[in-house]
Design a protein around this ligand. Structure first.
Ligand SMILES: Nc1ncnc2c1ncn2[C@@H]1O[C@H](COP(=O)(O)OP(=O)(O)O)[C@@H](O)[C@H]1O
Ligand code: SF4
Ligand SMILES: [Mg+2]
Length: 326
């Protein structure tokens, strides 16, 4: 049912043109996001997972047009966001919010928590001053903060509490979609579960849809219904949570799962505890053919020249690898 799809991203490309090192050299281009497509149904959580630098944040920012995509389309509730003029886009932002990794740097240190949470309501001209005050009280309680927290400054809170303030601010304008970009990566492990569970509770209460980004397989397993694994700007595998963790098919996904021994022993056994050494190559000069061939233990000659397309190998399970399903 297409009408239950809230966000539809098609063939999204976001390239960065860098400064030339010399006047005679070509303009270096970073292929940060290179032909990414996915759909997020209403009320569900769609995960993007992959190592640092694979293009997760650029995808998130491109969806909100905080980074202008080079090409492709982003449809939100049927509206093509990339074709909207900036003023109309600004109004759409009320319905799409983002939470970042580092709650400290995304909060103004000189503003009180209550003002920070109220700010998006003011910007969007929502409610009277009294109504906004009531709304802030409500939001504080939704995210597990106390009424007296309203008057405190960001430095008076713990990391987890600061992320609660960011979540309250994101909820303020009543969004449908929240993009969560590594929302717990900067927090102590003990606090991570509290924030993840808060996000799950809020999703149930308000019917929220999440685009959820993490480099951490255990975190996406906890949060996501459907997961796309990214490598150097491309999706290499996409399926539902159960299939990904029980039956990872792309060598890169297997390697990511091998790196998290504690969460799911069975998945690791299935994955054969594959290890991938070293750092990913630069998206400025991605490898030819399959971008993973420089690190893949199964690489064959054709992998260096033929680009594998994302193919449905089993119903609802797509993989971009020449050897998948063979
Ligand atoms: N504004 C920018 N200008 C140039 N390169 C960028 C910019 N933002 C990100 N990149 C590059 O794009 C690639 C993807 O980055 P990013 O989307 O932040 O990855 P991730 O969130 O998965 O760690 C990286 O190589 C990064 O250095
Ligand atoms: S296409 Fe080749 S290099 Fe790429 S993941 Fe599959 S086997 Fe490895
Ligand atoms: Mg990032």
């Amino acid at each position: 049912m297409t009408n239950s799809i809230l966000l539809k991203v098609e063939n999204l490309c976001t390239y960065f043109r860098l400064r030339r090192p010399h006047w005679f050299s070509p303009v270096p281009i970073v292929y940060a996001v290179d032909g990414v497509s996915f759909e997020v149904p209403k009320g569900k959580t769609f995960g993007l997972v992959g190592e640092s630098g694979c293009g997760k944040s650029t995808t998130a920012l491109s969806v909100l047009r905080l980074e202008e995509p080079t090409s492709g389309s982003v449809k939100f509730d049927g509206v093509d966001l990339l074709s909207l003029d900036p003023e109309v886009m600004r109004r759409q932002r009320r319905r799409i919010q983002i939470i970042f990794q580092d709650p400290y740097s995304s909060l103004n240190p000189r503003s009180r928590a209550g003002d920070i949470i109220e700010a998006p309501l003011k910007v969007q001209n929502i409610g009277t001053s009294n109504e906004r005050e009531e709304r802030v009280a409500e939001l504080l309680s939704h995210v597990g903060l106390r009424p007296e927290h309203r008057a405190a400054y960001p430095h008076q809170f713990s990391g987890g509490q600061r992320q609660r303030i960011c979540i309250a601010r994101a909820l303020a304008s009543g969004p449908d979609l929240i993009v969560c970009d590594e929302p717990v990566s900067a927090l102590d492990v003990a606090i991570q579960a509290q924030i993840l569970n808060l996000l799950l509770k809020l999703q149930r209460e308000f019917g929220l849809t999440y685009l959820f980004i993490s480099h951490d397989m255990a975190v996406v397993q906890h949060m996501c219904d459907e997961i796309a694994v990214m490598y150097l700007g491309k999706i290499v595998e996409q399926t539902d949570r159960i299939s990904l963790f029980n039956n990872p098919m792309h060598p890169y996904s297997k390697a990511l799962l091998s790196a998290v021994p504690a969460i799911d022993v069975e998945a690791n056994q299935l994955a054969g505890r594959l290890k991938v050494a070293g750092d990913p190559p630069s998206p400025m000069n991605p490898p030819s053919g399959c971008r993973f061939h420089t690190r893949c233990p199964y690489a064959e000659a054709r992998c260096r020249s033929e680009i594998p397309t994302l193919r449905e190998i089993e119903p609802g399970h797509s993989v971009a690898c020449h050897l998948a399903g063979g």
